[in-house]
Structure formats: C-alpha cells, structure tokens
Design a protein around this ligand. Structure first.
Ligand code: ATP
Ligand code: MG
Length: 251
C-alpha cells in the first residue's frame, strides 16, 4: 500500500478538561474524498483546526507526506498544500468576484508585498483566477460585486478563493450550510467537478449530499472516530442511524 498523503495518529485537542478531539486516527490518500459526519459538538471543526494548525494538537501526530507537521505553523502547512474554505466574512463585499479572487491569489503568493509584477507573474495570476472561476461556476458573475450575488454564489466564491493557493488537500467545513435546495445542487456539482488529484475532506450535516460526493466516510462522536466505511456501509450502519439520523435501531 502506498503511504497516505495525510495521516493523523491518536490526535487529541483538549480545552481544559474537555477532549474536543480524543485519540483521532485517520488517513487520507492522494486524490481521495472523505466525508466527516457527526452531531453538533462532535469535534469535526476542531479536527480541521488540528490539521490546518489553527488549534495545534494537544497530543498525537499530524503527518503530511510522511513528515511530521504537528508543530508547524498554519502558514507552513498552507504552503505545503493544505487549504480550507475561507469564511464569508473574509470576502470584500464592495469588490467584484474577480477582484476578490485576484486578492486571494496575491495574498498567498510570494509576490505578497511587491507593487510591481512581471508580465509572467500577471499571466500566472490570471490563469489561477480563470481556473477558479471555471471550477466554481462563477464565470458569468465575475464582474458583479460580492454584495450583488446570491448567498449560494458567495459560498461558491469562498471555495474558489481557497483554490487559488493550488492546494493538494482541501478541507470543506459545511459548504452547503444555509443554502437553498437549488443552491445545494450547484454546490454539489462544483465539489463533484473539482480535479480528481485534489484530496478532499468534507464536513457536512446533509448526509445525502455528503454520501453522494465521497469515497469514504468517517463518523465522529464526542471527539472520537466511531465508525469508518464506504458510503453504503455508513448508510446502513445501525449505530450511525441511531446517532446521526435519529432513527431507533429496530425501525
Ligand atoms: N476554542 C475552544 N475553547 C473551548 N472549547 C471549544 C473551543 N472550540 C471548540 N470547543 C468545544 O469543543 C467541542 C467540539 O466543537 P467543534 O466545533 O469541533 O464541533 P463540531 O463537530 O464542529 O460541531 P458543529 O457540527 O456544531 O459545527 C464542543 O464542545 C465545543 O464547545
Ligand atoms: Mg463545526
């Protein structure tokens, strides 16, 4: 078996006596798509924070490309290819969709503080912006201000902005939260259409949406990884049905 791209070994994130993440062990292969399910407070977002370095693990190891990154800063991890979706609060509402993407491209690039760009650098930036617009179905909205597009499109833009760093692993924390049924369909299409080479971890409360997008599912409960399996195994797992779907086992 080839080594996983990302590996968590007995990772814990503790807030005082609370073990928000407790002995979590999981792996992600290159190009794999995994969903994390779990009730509110299960530790899903905290697990993402341990991967990005926003809240470093209290114990255990985070390994990327067989190298220990448990103590690396969020910036170093981002440079190594780990990205998460930006929050809507990170968008500039008075700028256009395209301008937001350009800023995201520059903010993460090596040209961050330089005023002048070579033609080549400008060309690369333009290609990155075009590719993100295409992937997130935003070409038709590129010249509109963020405040003029719908909430669903703003969430597509968040995703587009996270793609500008050309990540290898993308962490999506509830990308469809708050979307209308029609907007959910578009978001699912956008996620499904992302490059196969991009590894994804998706946190999503809409189980049908999540199970339709991934190769494997990890269920968390009270900080621990409880069950892991293929989407069909998870759908039919009595324990998962009881905890996540609210169905009694005998139903
Ligand atoms: N910075 C923090 N300080 C103290 N407790 C925290 C902190 N962040 C999270 N927690 C607690 O850790 C637990 C896990 O929270 P987390 O946000 O990871 O859950 P979640 O699975 O993402 O839930 P949701 O589905 O509601 O987003 C919760 O009990 C939460 O209150
Ligand atoms: Mg959360």
């Amino acid at each position: 078996m080839t080594s996983p791209l990302l590996e968590l070994k007995s990772v814990g994130v503790h807030f005082g006596a609370l073990k928000a993440v407790d002995q979590a062990t999981l792996h992600l292969a290159a190009g794999e798509r995994v969903a994390i399910l779990g009730p509110n407070g299960a530790g899903k977002t905290t697990l993402f924070n341990a991967i990005t370095g926003m809240t470093p693990a209290s114990c255990g190891q985070v390994i990327l490309d067989q190298k220990d990154i448990t103590r690396s800063s969020p910036e170093v991890r981002a440079q190594k290819g780990i990205a998460r979706t930006f929050q809507i609060t990170n968008l500039f509402f008075g700028l256009s969709v395209e301008e937001n993407l350009l800023l995201a491209t520059r903010g993460l690039g090596r040209t961050k503080f330089s005023m002048w760009r070579t033609d080549r650098a400008l060309g690369i930036e333009r290609d990155i912006v075009e590719s993100a617009l295409d992937k997130c179905h935003l070409q038709a909205k590129r010249h509109l201000l963020v405040k003029e597009i719908s909430y669903g499109e703003q969430r597509q833009l968040e995703l587009a902005m996270s793609l500008t760093s050309s990540p290898r692993i993308l962490l999506l924390d509830e990308p469809a939260a708050g979307l209308s049924p029609a907007e959910r369909v578009i978001m699912a299409e956008v996620i499904r259409g992302l490059p196969q080479s991009l590894s994804l971890i998706l946190i999503e409360h809409d189980i049908d949406l999540a199970l339709g997008l991934v190769d494997r599912v990890i269920c968390m409960y009270q900080g621990t990884v409880l069950v892991e399996g293929k989407p069909d195994e998870i759908r039919n797992n009595p324990l998962v049905q009881e905890i996540y779907l609210g169905k009694p086992r005998h139903a």
